[in-house]
Design a protein. Structure first.
Length: 270
């Protein structure tokens, strides 16, 4: 009975002040959902198993499943501390640092890839030095990770910073008065309270990394990732040929998002 009362009150709110926002939001929601529906309608006419059995497709899936987690870990290890510093400190040049974090978000990925090539390309000082050590930074797993991290890491920094901004500084001050040091305060107070935002940033970073195409194509066309393999198949065999690997990419991202929801949960409203 209580559930039905809550449902009824929800409908009243939806039909009242929320009607216009709900209608406008529904238009965008339909625009999100319809392409998925059309895509899945195409699956029945395509041999998914044969498509996924292709050695090139399997290699692309392996490459993405190896590099995207590595890129996400790198973004997390360096991005969370940067997010905390931007949230908790003021310093000269802070606006420039914030702009630098946002720059890869506003650049077209292919332009970001060109910029990376000017730094790590085969004939640049950095690229040549790395190649001489047996670690080429282009057309390699390292190149894929560099491209993915450049494009995806800002999502982690921006989202984690929003989480730290939402942590009451007085709680950190209280922990310090209880004898906790700076690192203990961050580990025991700040990180747990910002956990949901940080986790959301990690998910966004992984999804962005595994779906990255433009910068990866410029820096490391080989070994091919799932997005670059999709483009190769589209050019050589048409749209139907990309359905199996596109489905695999979709399933991987959905599994990651759902798994995180179960592990972390949805933030509660107070």
């Amino acid at each position: 009975m209580a559930n039905s009362n809550r449902f009824g009150s929800g409908l009243e709110r939806l039909s009242g002040s929320m009607a216009v926002p709900a209608l406008l939001g529904a238009v965008l929601l339909v625009y999100f959902v319809v392409p998925f529906v059309v895509f899945f309608l195409q699956i029945g006419s395509v041999d998914i198993v044969d498509g996924l059995a292709d050695p090139g497709t399997q290699a692309a899936i392996r490459t993405s499943l190896v590099t995207a987690p590595v890129s996400t870990v790198i973004a997390t290890v360096f991005g969370v501390p940067l997010a905390y510093v931007l949230s908790r400190t003021s310093f000269r040049g802070k606006r420039l640092v914030e702009a630098a974090v946002l720059l890869p978000l506003v650049l077209p990925p292919i332009v970001g890839g060109v910029m990376l090539l000017t730094l790590v390309g085969r004939y640049t000082p950095v690229g040549a030095a790395a190649a001489s050590l047996g670690v080429p930074l282009t057309d390699s797993y390292a190149g894929v990770v560099l491209a993915q991290t450049f494009v995806a890491a800002p999502f982690l920094v921006v989202t984690a910073r929003a989480g730290f901004d939402g942590v009451d500084k007085r709680l950190e001050e209280a922990a310090r008065t209880m004898g906790y040091g700076p690192f203990e305060t961050i580990r025991l107070v700040s990180l747990p309270l910002a956990r949901n935002a940080i986790t959301a940033g990690i998910v966004l970073t992984f999804v962005r990394a595994i779906g990255e195409f433009g910068a990866t194509m410029m820096v490391a066309y080989n070994p091919r990732t799932m997005p670059t393999r999709i483009e190769v198949l589209r050019i050589s065999h048409g749209l139907e040929a990309i359905v199996p690997i596109a489905l695999a990419l979709l399933v991987i991202t959905i599994v990651v998002v759902v798994a995180v929801q179960f592990l972390v949960g949805t933030p509660r409203r107070h």
